[in-house]
Design a protein around this ligand. Structure first.
Ligand code: AGP
Length: 370
């Protein structure tokens, strides 16, 4: 086992550091030689079938579901197809309206999650086309889906998913661009701009990882608390939900993620002196709005850590206690960067609390029973 950890103390840390490679491998072979567009040979749908998709359902559990939340924004933004997201354990019990012109995307690292597999079967029974995004070739989900995108993250051992999640984001970016290109909702110049920005992500993640020590200190002080909050808007909210899940599953600190604009509708009552609030603020068009929410919690005594884009440290720094800057990318791609510091915070908080980082209590790597 020590050899498999390749010098890292835990599988989770190793897998966090493997993300630049996982990004590159997941993009490899899916970008044209000129670096300008996306080819997905694994998608067997004709252009006509793709143009006939009227809606998309994304169904998954846990962290894979959180990737699906980003996937919804990506597909709606790029391909302009309406997308619904469901946790798989709810999907088939709500009588979803699945029609032959629905594309159902199931997302699963293991490809063996019982509820996700059941959702896939329900979708097929209703005549929908099913696309699986999974990390395991030959898994049940991969075998039963019509089309399969394999995330090339490599084996993920730690119960807390890290590189599988970010590889799922890469898969959604590729898929969104492919759909947009086929449907004609985005022109070639735009697609090539996004592809170029995606090419920079691995090196940008490496730059974040160089600052792990700063995040260790942040995590050590957070580890002394029993409650904290994550806030964000848009895809920042999706990332906040993933950061919150990561933290609670391995540190056992109670945390909640809220859409920043929802605070006033109840949660603000829980904000008291010294409570930590982690705010993800990377989206330019939502910047002012989130900043005003940060000021609301600050005014009530919260201790705020903000994840900001490089270049905004000074402005945001006036309203928060601590900040961590992530390299600048296109707004839609920011989750592939902003989640990395949150993974490291969760890791170091778990470590500081003396927990079993790779095998948190009560949890299994793959949930094969309902
Ligand atoms: C991730 O950190 C969790 N342990 C868990 O939510 C996981 O993502 C979920 O069980 C889904 O697993 P899957 O991707 O293998 O289907």
């Amino acid at each position: 086992e020590t050899a498999e950890k390749a010098g890292f103390d835990h599988f989770m840390l190793k897998e966090i550091y493997e993300q630049p490679k996982a990004y590159r491998n997941t993009m490899m072979g899916r970008i044209t030689d000129d670096g300008k567009s996306v080819v997905l040979k694994e998608i067997g749908m004709t252009a006509e079938q793709i143009r006939g998709i009227r809606k998309v359902h994304i169904v998954a559990c846990g962290t894979a579901f959180h990737a699906g939340l980003v996937g919804k924004s990506v597909i709606e933004n790029l391909a302009r197809i309406p997308v619904e997201t469901d946790v798989a354990s709810e999907y088939r019990y709500r009588s979803p309206i699945i029609t032959p012109d629905t594309l159902v995307i199931v997302v699963s690292q293991s490809g063996e999650t019982a509820d996700t597999l059941a959702a896939l079967r329900e979708a097929k029974r209703c005549g929908a086309r099913v696309l699986a995004i999974t990390n395991v070739v030959g898994s049940s989900v991969a075998r039963e889906a019509d089309d399969v995108m394999i995330t090339q993250a490599g084996p993920e051992i730690a119960v807390a998913s890290t590189k599988a999640y970010t590889s799922q984001l890469i898969a959604f970016y590729l898929l969104g661009l492919f759909l947009a290109d086929t449907i004609g909702t985005r022109d070639a110049a735009y697609v090539s701009e996004v592809v170029a920005a995606m090419g920079e992500l691995p090196e940008q993640v490496e730059r974040i990882l160089e600052h792990a020590e700063v995040l260790k200190q942040v995590a050590e002080s957070l580890s002394k608390h029993n409650n904290l909050f994550f806030i964000g808007r848009g895809v920042d909210f999706a990332v906040a939900q993933e950061g919150s899940l990561k933290l609670k599953e391995i540190s056992y600190i109670h945390s909640e993620a809220y859409a920043a604009g929802e605070l006033k509708h109840g949660t603000l009552a829980l904000i008291e002196e010294g409570i930590p609030v982690i705010s993800v603020i990377t989206q330019e068009d939502l910047y002012e709005k989130t900043l005003s929410n940060i000021k609301e919690v600050k005014a009530r005594g919260a201790h705020v850590l903000a994840l900001v884009n490089e270049g905004q440290e000074e402005e945001v720094g006036k309203s928060v206690d601590e900040l961590f800057a992530i390299p600048k990318t296109l707004p839609l791609l920011a989750p592939a960067l902003s989640v990395v510091p949150l993974q490291l915070i969760a890791y170091f908080a778990s470590l500081a609390r003396g927990n079993d980082v790779d095998k948190p209590r009560n949890l299994a790597k793959s949930v094969t029973v309902e």
